[in-house]
Design a binder for this molecule. Structure first.
Ligand code: PGA
Length: 257
């Protein structure tokens, strides 16, 4: 069975004090309950170091929300993948819909970032998802195919162990609207079958596909119990320790069988 993976994307939120408090609460509860799931938090860049300190010796992984693909150099305002590694990140989120929507990230740019992240030894959470008009016009599968094709250009099956896909319907992000468990499952199955065609069945079956979009403690179990939903990428609810820990608990209960 694929190990469930719950990751918190804090986006442009928290203060240094609240970030550290949140990380400490998550680390303490994960240390106490030892859930049989992977857990990560992705704070804003300025708080990576203090949050890393709060997570010291914890299995909770530290991740970046984005990075530039270039080597360190003259790129004012950017953060390199080397820097993420240097401050203790194990993974990086790439291609989040907010990056695509507000910062013009294209599939081609996302693809460069994915390859660059692997070169630096980071794992990647690669986000894909359709906007509401696409879903309503029955274009979800073609949109996801284009994002997968472009984002994974030049990728080989042997590299997929360092990749997690996050399916995040854009209309469900931060809106309180969630894909129904059936919608999520059908879309995750489509993504897995796409991967099997592009790579091979065994690699596709081993890949973790997280769901993201208004996941909360009270809907996590239903979503995560779907056979092709292998975890959650959580925004708003990852900012409240009781909510985030509730999602981890739901995943742990499912993993315990
Ligand atoms: P949300 O965000 O949980 O607040 O909907 C999810 C995400 O953007 O990763």
């Amino acid at each position: 069975m694929r190990r469930l993976f719950v990751a918190g994307n804090w986006k442009m939120n928290t203060t240094m004090a609240s970030a550290q408090a949140l990380a400490s609460e998550v680390a303490a509860e994960v240390a106490r309950s030892q859930p049989n799931v992977d857990v990560a938090v992705c704070p804003p860049f300025p708080y990576l170091i203090p949050v890393g300190i709060s997570l010291a010796n914890s299995p909770v992984m530290l991740g970046g929300q984005n990075a530039h693909y270039e080597k360190p150099g003259a790129f004012t305002g950017e953060t390199s993948l080397e820097m993420l590694v240097d401050v203790g990140c194990r993974l990086v989120v790439i291609g989040h819909s907010e990056r695509r929507q507000f910062f013009g990230e294209t599939d081609e740019l996302v693809n460069k970032k994915i390859h660059a992240a692997w070169q630096r030894g980071l794992d990647v959470i690669f986000c894909i998802g359709e906007v509401l008009q696409d879903r309503e016009a029955n274009r979800t599968e073609s949109v996801l195919s284009t994002q997968l094709q472009g984002g994974l250009a030049g990728v080989e099956a042997a590299q997929l162990g360092k990749l997690v896909i996050a399916y995040e319907p854009v209309w469900a992000i931060g809106t309180g609207l969630t894909a129904s468990p059936e919608q999520a499952e059908a879309t995750h199955l489509f993504v897995r079958n796409w991967l099997a065609t592009r790579f091979d069945r065994a690699s596709a079956d081993a890949m973790r596909i997280q769901y993201g979009g208004s996941v909360k403690a009270d809907n996590a179990k239903e979503l995560l119990s779907q056979p092709n939903v292998d975890g959650a990428l959580v925004g708003g609810a990852s900012l409240k320790s009781d909510q985030f820990l509730g999602i981890i608990r739901a995943a742990a209960e499912l993993s315990a069988g």
